[in-house]
Design a protein around this ligand. Structure first.
Ligand code: 3HC
Length: 419
């Protein structure tokens, strides 16, 4: 229900007094979902695309999503009409000349972002906050494209944007406190749960989710297991709503590859080397649902590949290895490294994975369920079969071992676990 222009907390009032009109630039799956989210929350939304065909496609995404909600009795026809009335679509960025807040969701190429942010900086009033939904580019570099880096943030939504409750608020060294307060408030007003973190490759959720998807692709590529077996095992292990290969098809294999490449570029760690199969599928245009070809998309006629080879057999005979745990244990290890880096705390990690990716329990809660011995044992056994590049479990994971005194396990995790 529309509650009129939104008053901001008093401390940011000198900057923007009323907040009403939101621009969304780029109306692909994510942008259209973001436009819908703002319109549903009562904001007047202007969606911008490059030409009329793209505008029509964006409107089509929103129409289908709203029809689905009406069909399921989640939205009345009157509410839908009110949401429609708050949404306008245009091919002119100049129509954002009075926008209070703009979210950019255009393709992930720095030259396209440069064009968009250059225009937004010129067109929008000086007080307008500019947010990017980028998942694989540096928010800091995007902010530096403008003359207002203090008013630029990342506002990262999760697919499907109308459903997933997480919004990562990404700050840079230039972002002002007023901007952070405002954007956090906006995220709450649109019904999202904000997790605010600094600018770093993959932020929180993608840095944990996408390497896990990449691990699943590697298992598939090495014929350790078929796609349905891999997905079922991961779902069972952590009670997940979708398996990793189905999720890759949904978020886009091109997006997964872009995230892996940015992680690799930042850390140069073998853990972040993209699977060759992922790279080839993207090169072939198999981007998942959006191009109609992926692990499942367009594969109806293809038989499920049969696991084969000596390695697949050895792993099946190995008592200490469970396919689902082989996917979950490295993610738990990644989560503890992220905490160890001082980037984010356990509570925010669990919130991010619960609200962004539909996990019933976040990685540190999954660790509590299993206990550190079990996770470490899986990692060590995987190492013996060259199934992971994690040579030594995370120091914070080792620290949880009850029998290891604080500090003793550091740097010699592999040996300590095998004894
Ligand atoms: N658009 C709008 N609404 C949708 C939708 C879509 N594409 N897909 C599902 N929904 C809605 C349905 O209307 C339904 O809402 P309702 O309960 O109010 O009626 C609700 O979602 C559940 O839908 P279904 O019952 O049909 O389907 P599921 O129960 O199987 O749930 C799912 C679908 C929500 C997608 C669930 O499988 C899930 O949570 N999957 C994990 C998704 C995930 O991990 N997303 C994050 C990916 S990473 C990312 O996006 C970041 C990027 O940078 C890579």
């Amino acid at each position: 229900m529309y509650a009129g222009p939104h008053r901001l907390p008093s401390k940011v009032e000198p900057m923007v007094q009323e907040f009403d009109k939101v621009g969304v630039v780029g109306l692909g799956t994510m942008g259209a979902g973001i436009a819908e989210v703002f319109a549903r929350a009562g904001f007047n939304v202007v969606g911008v695309e490059i030409d009329q065909d793209a505008c029509d496609r964006g409107r089509g995404h929103v129409d289908r999503s709203l029809s689905r909600a009406v069909g399921r009795g989640k939205l009345s026809e009157e509410e839908r009409a009110a949401i429609d009335a708050r949404l306008t679509f245009t091919t002119s960025r100049e129509d954002l000349s009075d926008a209070d807040f703009v979210v950019e969701a255009v393709p992930e190429h720095m030259n396209i972002k440069q064009d968009v942010f250059g225009d937004l900086d010129r067109i929008c009033p000086p007080g307008t906050i500019l947010a990017t939904n980028t998942s694989s580019l540096s928010v800091t570099e995007i902010a530096a494209l403008t003359g207002r880096p203090d008013k630029v943030v990342g506002l990262h939504f999760f697919n499907p944007a109308p459903v997933m409750k997480l919004a990562e608020v990404i700050t840079t060294v230039s972002t002002s406190q007023e901007t952070v307060a405002l954007v956090t408030e906006v995220a709450k007003r649109i019904g999202k749960t904000p997790v605010t973190v600094g600018d770093r490759a993959g932020f929180v959720a993608n840095a944990l989710l996408v390497p896990y998807i990449n691990d699943a692709i590697r298992l598939y590529e090495r014929k350790i297991a078929g796609r349905e077996e891999i997905d079922a095992a991961a779902q069972k292990a952590a009670d997940l709503p979708m398996g990793p290969l189905a999720l890759a098809d949904m978020v886009g294999l091109d997006v997964c590859l872009a995230v892996m490449d940015v992680l690799w570029k930042e850390y140069r760690d073998a853990r972040y080397v993209a699977s060759p199969l992922l790279r080839r599928m993207v090169a072939a245009g198999h981007h998942g649902r959006k191009t109609g070809k992926g692990f499942y998309a367009g594969q109806d006629e293809q038989p499920e590949p049969t696991p084969d080879g000596r390695l697949a057999q050895m792993i099946r005979e190995e008592e200490n290895l469970d396919l689902g745990e082989m996917l979950i244990a490295p993610q738990i290890d990644d989560a503890l490294r992220m905490i160890g880096d001082g980037y984010v705390d356990a509570k925010d990690i669990d919130t991010a994975m619960r609200f962004g990716c539909g996990y019933p329990k976040g990685p540190t809660e999954l660790l509590e369920d299993r206990g550190p011995e079990s996770v470490i044992s899986t990692l060590v056994t995987m190492g013996e079969y060259s199934l992971t590049t994690i040579a030594v479990p995370a120091p914070l994971l080792m620290d949880r071992l009850p029998e290891v005194e604080a500090g003793e396990g550091h740097g010699q995790g592999g040996c300590a676990c095998q004894s």
